[in-house]
Design a protein around this ligand. Structure first.
Ligand code: MN
Length: 249
């Protein structure tokens, strides 16, 4: 039987006059290493196709990238907020709604956590260094460097997966969750109080979001980030069994 199939969202970027689909290989590697079959899903112009794509997969990874347009949480863009990728925003907001409706296991990473929070009704801090009192450095060099502490809430699913109350993680973001969306719970924070992880409160939907980049850390000696992908893989395998037999016969 083929491994569970997982859609990984991606972005597009202009290279001269050519618009290219773009995703860091680290996501593909981490998903493959967890025993899953990765499918790179570009941002489609017709957001209604979110339903079609999720009808054919067993899991969804919301990958990192651009700032979400503040328009989607009713705030004007601030000076340090990126130029929005409107197509990607609309596509991923539709994916989150559909993933929730279908209870597709969803692993939301960095921007992924942010767009999920916005799609579910929350808001974001647009720039930590200028807006968060006492912010530590969250946009730190070194994609695989564990630069700050992440303190995990006891009793959370995240605590169960990671198996310890405090880890160190990489940090490559300048935004964060401001108002938490209904249905989500905070499961980890940085020492300055910035939200570093969330999960869905109901048992019907496996949804875990982290503000750091576990896909860059699966090759480190510490097992924590591999454990996250392994837990996601278990959830995808269960979704696969619910969906029925192998997609290719
Ligand atoms: Mn951070």
């Amino acid at each position: 039987m083929a491994p569970p199939l997982v859609a990984i969202t991606s972005s597009t970027r202009m290279h001269g006059e050519i618009e290219r689909v773009r995703l860091n290989q680290a996501y593909v590697h981490a998903v493959e290493q967890a025993g899953l079959l990765p499918l790179v899903a570009p941002p489609l112009a017709d957001a209604r196709l979110a339903r079609a794509i999720l009808s054919g997969v067993d899991g969804l990874v919301l990958s990192g990238g651009e700032d979400v347009s503040p328009h989607h949480y009713g705030a004007p863009p601030r000076e340090r907020t990126d130029h929005a990728h409107d197509r990607r925003d609309l596509w991923e907001i539709a994916l989150v709604a559909e993933a929730r409706r279908r209870a597709i296991p969803t692993f939301a990473i960095c921007r992924g956590l942010q767009v999920a929070n916005v799609a579910l009704g929350g808001s974001l801090v647009q720039d930590l260094p200028s807006e968060w009192e006492g912010a530590i450095v969250h946009d730190a060099p070194g994609r695989a460097s564990r630069v700050h502490e992440v303190r995990i809430e006891g009793g959370s699913y995240l605590a169960e997966v990671i198996g310890r109350p405090c880890v160190r993680a990489n940090s490559l973001h300048h935004q964060a969750i401001a108002t938490l969306a209904p249905g989500l719970r905070v499961t980890a924070r940085a020492p300055d109080g910035v939200i570093e992880a969330v999960e869905w409160t109901g048992a019907e939907w496996w949804m875990l979001g982290v503000q750091w980049h576990p896909e860059e850390l699966v090759g480190t000696p510490e097992p924590w980030d591999r454990a996250l992908f392994a837990a996601f893989a278990d959830a995808c395998a269960a979704a696969r069994r619910r969906r029925g037999g192998p997609p290719n016969g």
